[in-house]
Design a protein around this ligand. Structure first.
Ligand SMILES: [Zn+2]
Length: 463
């Protein structure tokens, strides 16, 4: 009987809320502390007591700065966690931005709900505050890529570039002699700025915990759709709104727009980045390119020294609320890139309310749209969406381009995982039930791995 267990505290049979607890006789280490996002019954899980006393957790390993991986950290700290949060340099920098933004949105939403009187809580409560987020940020401990770090007396972790976003890693963890491979979120080989995921270190692994966001799909090969949609919209005098995750998706979109504009494939129109978080993130990407960071592609770092790969010529950085509101009065065609990526919050919601009722505009969905989000409603053809309690008619064109995904698809995940020998145990997480089940079956069929889709809060002995 093994003394090492793994408990699945989130991202089981759902995409968000990544939280996995490794327990040995001497220590408890949590891998990721993500927020549940999506429909209200999923978000409600964030309000439930954490199943394990946060005071008893010794350390946290953070794979990357997306909210569904780091967004619960302030609540753990609020409930008594005092250990270190290990991550790479840019994960720390980006997570700070993401957590402060998340806390700000939650405080604002609570105030807004109070004013409009549509909250069931009186007064409406934020999940956590800016002060809680700041307390969490103080616990970050930066580690280098590809170097092993002693996380507790019997847990050692090595972070390796995963090509998903700046700072992102898959993590090789040894806990009391048992070896784990956590994929975190796995990127794709063709990111315009980031290196491809590192090779898997020599095994064997006792347990592999793999994401499966797109486990049931194969990404379409990029087509000219993106440029065609932009050209058609501009031709009819409309503007394009691109809801984009502030971290990474915005950078990928801006690099594509610059490439198309440089090539003359699309006309040069003003491009507004309207998200303070996206703009801070953008600066970190520029810094990483300037300093040839480990996870930046060598060719990109060399080509763009002293130049801005994100500016197609008319890039406007909208930082203040006044600047954001001024976009309501722009009459010539333009492109607005704004967060959040699934239109669940942030400034993009105000732009949607403004742009959706006008036929000539286009809402261009470029990323994963989680179940129950406003983005998914639009993707699924809703004719009316509710914004801040008001019905808004959907008259603008709704277009989807999936080629920008920064998640590996089923084929790419299999191709990457097959580098390692058959692990003793395999767990499929971070996917909606259909994706996770399909990917578990593929692991069985393609690699003869016996993969399990764990249940919420399930505890499994390792080895
Ligand atoms: Zn991610």
């Amino acid at each position: 009987m093994s003394d090492v267990t793994l408990q699945f505290l989130g991202a089981t049979q759902t995409v968000t809320g990544s939280r996995f607890l490794i327990s040995t006789t001497n220590s408890k280490v949590l891998v990721d502390a993500g927020l549940f996002q999506g429909p209200s019954e999923i978000r409600q899980l964030n309000w439930e007591p954490f199943p394990v006393d946060p005071k008893t957790i010794d350390a946290i390993i953070l794979t990357h700065a997306h909210l569904d991986h780091c967004g619960y950290l302030p609540l753990l700290v609020k409930q008594g966690f005092t250990g270190k949060i290990y991550c790479t340099k840019y994960t720390r920098d980006l997570a700070e931005v993401v957590l402060l933004d998340s806390a700000h949105i939650q405080e604002e939403d609570a105030k807004y709900a109070d004013r409009k009187g549509y909250s069931s809580h009186k007064p409406a409560l934020p999940l956590y505050t800016i002060a809680d987020a700041q307390a969490a940020v103080k616990l970050f401990e930066v580690t280098d890529f590809r170097n092993s770090t002693n996380v507790t007396s019997d847990v050692v972790a090595t972070f390796n570039p995963s090509g998903h976003i700046l700072g992102s890693s898959f993590v090789d963890i040894t806990a009391a002699g048992k070896r784990f491979l956590f994929t975190g979120d796995m990127g794709r080989p063709q990111h315009p700025a980031l290196v491809s995921p590192d090779a898997i270190p020599a095994g064997p692994f006792d347990a592999v915990i793999t994401e499966s966001t797109y486990g049931d799909r194969v990404h379409e090969t990029p087509t000219s759709d993106f440029a065609d949609i932009i050209n058609a919209t501009i031709k009819r005098g409309g503007s394009i709104l691109i809801p984009a995750f502030a971290v990474d998706r915005t950078e990928v979109i801006l690099m594509k727009l610059r490439e198309l504009s440089d090539a003359g494939t699309i006309p040069r129109v003003p491009i507004y980045v309207d998200s303070p978080m996206a703009l801070t993130s953008l600066q970190y990407y520029r810094d990483a390119i300037t300093e040839h960071a480990v996870e930046i592609r060598e060719d990109v770092a060399n080509e763009w020294q002293g130049r801005d790969p994100f500016d197609a010529g008319e890039l406007h950085e909208m930082r203040t609320v006044e600047q954001s509101k001024s976009l309501n009065d722009v009459h010539n065609p333009c492109i607005v890139v704004s967060a959040s990526g699934m239109a669940t919050g942030g400034r993009v919601v105000h732009h949607l309310a403004h742009m959706l009722p006008t036929e000539k505009n286009t809402i261009l969905l470029v990323g994963y749209q989680g179940f129950g989000t406003r983005g998914r409603q639009l993707a699924d053809g809703a004719t009316v969406v509710t914004i801040h309690g008001e019905p808004v008619p959907v008259r603008a064109e709704i277009e989807k381009v999936e080629a920008f995904s920064v998640h590996a698809d089923g084929d790419e995940l299999i191709e990457w995982l097959k580098q390692t020998q058959k692990p003793h145990q395999v767990f499929v997480v971070h996917g909606e039930p259909k994706s996770a089940d399909t990917f578990a079956k593929r692991l069985h069929d393609d690699l003869q791995w016996n993969a399990v889709v764990p249940k919420p809060n399930e505890v499994i002995e390792i080895g």
